[in-house]
Design a protein around this ligand. Structure first.
Ligand SMILES: CCCC/C=C/CC(=O)SCCNC(=O)CCNC(=O)[C@H](O)C(C)(C)COP(=O)(O)OP(=O)(O)OC[C@H]1O[C@@H](n2cnc3c(N)ncnc32)[C@H](O)[C@@H]1OP(=O)(O)O
Length: 375
C-alpha cells in the first residue's frame, strides 16, 4: 500500500469530541495525504476500511482471490465493519486520525532548550531562551509555501502552543520572508481532477489559517525581507510584526485571478481603513516597510544592517516576562473575535475554491509557471 494513500492528520480535540461533521471528515482525509511517517499496515487497513465504510457504506464487493494479498486484506478489513452506519464510520475515522496526529505531534516532542527540533523538512524549528522560532527554509524558492510546508507549519504551531516557550516567532531564511503560496501546488492534480484539487486546497487553507486564529501565545513575525500573498495577509493575526526596511508587502490577488485570504478581508480594513486596504487587496499595491508601519500592519521597522540584532535583543527581553500573564493578555485581546474570524476564514476559503477554478486564475498561474510573467 502507498503511504501517500494514508496521510497524517492533526485535528483539534474539540472537533473530535463532538460528532464529526462532513468538514471534519474531509479535513481528516485531506491532511492524511501528507503522512511522512508510515503508521504501519494495521493502522492503514483500519483507516482504509473506515474511509470506505464512511463513503460507500457496507462492503458489497466480490471477495478478491487468495493470491491477491493486498486487495484481500483490504476487503477483509472493510467487510469486518459489517453494517456500521456511515456516520459512525466517519466519526471513528476522524478520531483515529486525531489520535495519529497527537502521537505525531508528541513525538515531535517537547522542544529541548537550545536545540533544533527534528522532523521538519521545510522549516527550521528551534526553542531557546523561552522563544520558539519557526523559520521557513526554502530560501532558493523565496520560501514559497508548498503543501508539505503548510502541514509542517501547522504541526510546528501546534507543538509551540504546548511547549515551555513564552513567545513564538515566524521568520524566513534568506533574502525573502516568504513569496506566498507555491504556485506549483496547483500542478499536482489528484484523480478527482481540478475540482477535487480546489476543494482540498480550500480545506487546507481553512485549517492552516485556523491555526493562526487559535494560537494561544504571543505570536511575532520577524519579516526579514519581501513578503507576498498569504504571508502578508496572515500578519493581521500576529501580535507583533517587526520588519527590516528591505521588506515589502504585496498581495497581488487580482493579478492572479484570486481573492484575499488569511482573514485579511476583515482584518486589513480594520487595521488600516477600507480605502488603504482596498488599494492593497483589490489593486495589489505593494507597500514599503515604512508604509506598512504607517498603516498599522507593521509594529516597527529596523534598518536591515542591524535588524536581526535589534529584534532578537528585544524579543529576548520580552520572553522573560511572565508567560501566563502574556498569554492571558493575548487571549483577552483576541478571543472576542475568534468566532467571527473563523467564519470569515471559512468564507474566504470557499470563495477562493471558486476562484482557483476560474480562467483568470488558471491563466495567471500558467503564465508564472511558463515564465512569461512575474509580479
Ligand atoms: C492552499 C492554500 C493557498 C493559499 C493561497 C495563497 C495566495 C497567495 O499566496 S498569492 C501569492 C503567490 N505568490 C506569487 O505569485 C509570487 C510568485 N513569485 C514571483 O513573482 C517571483 O518569484 C518573486 C517576485 C517572488 C521573486 O522574483 P526574483 O526574480 O527575485 O526570484 P525568482 O527567480 O523569480 O525566484 C527564485 C525561485 O523561486 C521560485 N519561486 C518564487 N516564488 C514562488 C512561488 N510563489 N511559487 C513557486 N515558485 C516560486 C521561482 O520560480 C524561482 O525558481 P527557479 O529558480 O526554479 O526558477
Amino acid at each position: 500500500m502507498q503511504i501517500s494513500n494514508f496521510p497524517v492528520l492533526q485535528m483539534h480535540k474539540s472537533q473530535t469530541a463532538m460528532r464529526a461533521s462532513q468538514k471534519d471528515f474531509e479535513s481528516a482525509v485531506n491532511q492524511m495525504k501528507l503522512l511522512t511517517k508510515d503508521p504501519g499496515n494495521e493502522m492503514k487497513l483500519k483507516l482504509y476500511a473506515l474511509y470506505k465504510q464512511a463513503t460507500e457504506g457496507p462492503c458489497n464487493m466480490p471477495k478478491p482471490g487468495m493470491l491477491d494479498l493486498i486487495s484481500k486484506a483490504k476487503w477483509d478489513a472493510w467487510s469486518a465493519l459489517g453494517s456500521l452506519p456511515k456516520e459512525t464510520a466517519k466519526q471513528n475515522y476522524v478520531e483515529l486520525v486525531s489520535s495519529l496526529s497527537s502521537s505525531a505531534s508528541s513525538s515531535q516532542g517537547k522542544p529541548d532548550a537550545d536545540s533544533k527540533q527534528p522532523g521538519y523538512e521545510t522549516l527550521v524549528v528551534t526553542s531557546e531562551n523561552g522563544i520558539t522560532k519557526i523559520m521557513l527554509n526554502r530560501p532558493t524558492k523565496k520560501n514559497a509555501i508548498t503543501t508539505q510546508m503548510y502541514q509542517e507549519i501547522m504541526l510546528a504551531l501546534e507543538a509551540a502552543a504546548k511547549d515551555d516557550s513564552a513567545i513564538t516567532v515566524l521568520t524566513g531564511n534568506g533574502d525573502y520572508y516568504c513569496s506566498g503560496n507555491d504556485l506549483n501546488n496547483f500542478t499536482d492534480i489528484p484523480p478527482g481532477g481540478v475540482e477535487e484539487k480546489a476543494k482540498n486546497s480550500a480545506i487546507l487553507l481553512r485549517d492552516f489559517v485556523g491555526c493562526f486564529i487559535d494560537f494561544p501565545k504571543p505570536l511575532i513575525a520577524v519579516v526579514n525581507g519581501p513578503a507576498v500573498g498569504i504571508s502578508v495577509t496572515l500578519l493581521g493575526l500576529f501580535d507583533i510584526v517587526y520588519a527590516s526596511d528591505r521588506a515589502t508587502f504585496h498581495t497581488p490577488f487580482s493579478h492572479l485571478g484570486q481573492s484575499p485570504e488569511g482573514c485579511s478581508s476583515y482584518m486589513f480594513p480594520k487595521i488600516m481603513g477600507s480605502a488603504k486596504a482596498a488599494e492593497m487587496l483589490i489593486f495589489g499595491k505593494k507597500l514599503t516597510a515604512r508604509e506598512a508601519c504607517a498603516q498599522g500592519l507593521v509594529t516597527e521597522v529596523f534598518p536591515d544592517s542591524t535588524f536581526q540584532k535589534e529584534v532578537w535583543t528585544r524579543l529576548k527581553a520580552y520572553s522573560k516576562l511572565p508567560p501566563n500573564a502574556m498569554r492571558i493578555s493575548k487571549q483577552l485581546i483576541r478571543n472576542v473575535e475568534k468566532e467571527k474570524l473563523h467564519a470569515i476564514n471559512s468564507e474566504e476559503s470557499s470563495v477562493l475554491q471558486g476562484r482557483w477554478l476560474s480562467d483568470e486564475c488558471t491563466n495567471a498561474i500558467m503564465n508564472f509557471l511558463s515564465r512569461k510573467a512575474k509580479l
